[in-house]
Design a protein around this ligand. Sequence first.
Ligand code: RTP
Ligand code: MG
Length: 139
Amino acid sequence: MATNRTFTMIKPDGVENGHIGAILEKITASGFRIVAMKLTQMTKADAEAFYAVHNERPFFGELVEFMTRGPIVAAILEKENAVADFRTLIGATNPADAAEGTIRALYATSVGENAVHGSDSDENAAIEGAFHFAGREMF
Ligand code: RTP
Ligand code: MG
């Protein structure tokens, strides 16, 4: 399988609850190489654009409110089979359904405030990485 990339965010709850270090340790220990990384905060327009696919969903307003309430860690990660392997590492959207030992099982507090984001396809990984990073910030 070819090496490829995914995009992640440690969401505002993960940052607020002091889990940046533990989450990054789990990510790198699982074989992901950090290609780009920064602490940043999304504006309302950023979050509405980033999650535009969900704009008809009942939780959209709550999601935008949550994702903009504090800083996030944004990162691009590289590994063989990066998108699927990262989704496995983070676990199900709802931490109640997330497998034991996954990042969401360990650090998420609810289906909305679930500690981390992971891209759902190679195409979206490229779009989401480019949303947050300039070419010169990728290594
Ligand atoms: P993500 O995109 O953040 O990696 O999460 P995901 O693929 O596991 O879940 P997705 O369906 O894409 O939903 C995006 C984010 O919206 C929030 N959400 N809240 N209150 C709710 O029922 C609900 N459902 C989803 C979560 O923050 C979810 O990660
Ligand atoms: Mg998603």
